[in-house]
Write a new protein. Structure first.
Length: 429
């Protein structure tokens, strides 16, 4: 199994191209189930999760063609993917595939909307929390589906098709908003979705749906109004830059006292992260072509942060911020409000010398003057990359095991960091 070896202590300087957003690319690929015409996505990141979803969608009969970079294109251009769901070959999403990636559960809405039926495995356990799907099911029921749970599968039927409805979520859910939106665009009549997630990835999906002929108002807001249409056509759409990858490399730069240009990054998508980094004493500036992040020698200042839905500080950057704060000059407090178990990185950061105490949903991070390298491993993607951030500043050698977590969400991480002067190597086998 591959590992990543980091010899810490190097300042990061140079430019890092930000890839297309994993959490936009995945639902955008699923959108292709809604139309018999071709959806062409560009700037698709080359990630293990994207490859797995390709397999899942092919199982439903989607024809997928992937083209790479054209001559002259820069390193930051992702894949171009053509997806055509002329006919849906299967409305079952099996356990073997859904259990490997939660987002594949999101095929439920489009399959129901297009075929009037879907049989999708419940996703099962997850390292960061219980992650129920009750709000997805509520939204489908409101839209007229009959739902039963049989043998670990959600069996949903809407024999006469879906019909518009008033859906109000009690809590903000990215996945349930995707599901409701993807189903409502082909439902008969109008749908009102209140307390919708307003994450940039939802807006990206909604904009793509509009290009395909959907009628949606309130895009990028918590209230979405959808007027159902009978069919959708094809479209071409470019995936937005990955805001979590942006935040992650910004913290790598801040941690090492570096100076890095994050090419193609969108500052409007990470306002809360930028605010916190500035409080921490890091210079973050939107510039032509991206975001510049610098820290010249001054100490890292401690911060108090709470994760919450967009536009607040994202849970997907919580572990990375914690790694950064391990070397602040004082005590930081980070409260995780989205997932109850998203602190699996704490014990691993401790192996590098971090001083972190958990008080329920809040981590108290007492800054230390020095981290030292060690072998570590993590149970999810963002936790793994927090160990990379700590490893970049730790004295000596840090080896990160279970690199497959990183490969799910970070494209060529070791190349991007090495190009800026970090000593990062993938050890294969
Ligand atoms: C998406 O997961 C992201 N995944 C996650 O990124 C991200 O952490 C999360 O949103 C929050 O921003 C993708 O986009 C592929 P939720 P999702 O539904 O949609 C509860 C990463 O590292 N809830 O917004 O599954 C849930 O338990 C991943 O890239 C219910 O109670 O998250 C959580 O507490 C990890 N019932 C909260 O809502 C439901 O039916 C928010 O979860 C659904 C969710």
């Amino acid at each position: 199994m591959d590992r990543i070896r980091i010899r810490g202590g190097n300042r990061l300087t140079g430019a890092i191209p930000v890839s297309g957003a994993k959490n936009a690319a995945l639902p955008l690929m699923i959108v292709s189930l809604l139309s018999p015409s071709t959806l062409t996505l560009s700037n698709v990141p080359r990630l293990a999760d994207v490859r797995l979803l390709q397999r899942i969608l092919q199982n439903h009969g989607i024809d997928i063609m992937v083209a790479g970079k054209r001559p002259g294109q820069t390193g930051m251009a992702g894949d171009v993917m053509h997806l055509t769901a002329r006919q849906i070959a299967a409305t079952t999403a099996p356990y073997e595939l859904v259990s490997r990636m939660r987002a594949s559960f999101w095929v439920l809405g489009p399959l129901l909307a297009r075929c009037g039926e879907a049989r999708v495995s419940l996703p099962g356990g997850c390292a960061i929390g219980t992650r129920p799907v009750d709000m997805h099911l509520m939204a489908m029921e409101k839209l007229g589906a009959e739902i039963e749970i049989e043998n670990g599968y959600v069996v949903a039927r809407a024999r006469k098709g879906l019909r518009g409805a008033h859906i109000r979520f009690d809590k903000v859910s990215v996945g349930a908003t995707h599901a409701a939106l993807m189903a409502a665009v082909l439902a008969a009549g109008d749908t009102l979705i209140e307390n919708a997630a307003a994450e940039p990835e939802i807006g990206d999906v909604a904009e793509c749906l509009v290009k395909m002929g959907a009628r949606i108002e309130g895009i990028h807001s918590p209230v979405l109004r959808v007027s159902g249409v009978t069919s959708l056509g094809g479209a071409s759409h470019s995936v937005i830059p990955d805001r979590i990858e942006t935040g992650t490399y910004a913290m790598c730069a801040g941690m090492t006292g570096g100076d890095v240009l994050l090419q193609n990054a969108n500052a409007a998508h990470i306002g809360a992260v930028i605010d916190v980094m500035r409080q921490a004493g890091i210079d973050v500036e939107a510039v032509t072509g991206g975001i510049r992040v610098r820290r010249d020698g001054g100490p890292l200042q401690p911060v108090r942060v709470e994760t919450a839905p967009f536009p607040a500080f994202p849970t997907d950057c919580q572990a990375q911020l914690m790694a950064l704060m391990t070397m602040a000059s004082g005590a930081s407090f980070i409260r995780e409000t989205i997932f109850e178990n998203r602190f699996m990185h704490v014990q691993e950061l401790a192996r590098l010398g971090a001083d972190i105490h958990l008080h329920g949903d809040t981590a108290e991070i007492r800054g230390v003057r020095k981290l030292t390298g060690a072998p570590v491993m993590a149970t999810d993607l963002r936790a793994s990359v927090s160990l990379v951030i700590a490893g970049l500043a730790a004295a000596g050698e840090t080896t990160i095991n279970r690199v497959y977590h990183l490969d799910r969400g970070f494209e060529t991480l070791e190349e991007k960091l090495s190009a800026c002067g970090a000593d990062v190597t993938r050890l294969t086998g």
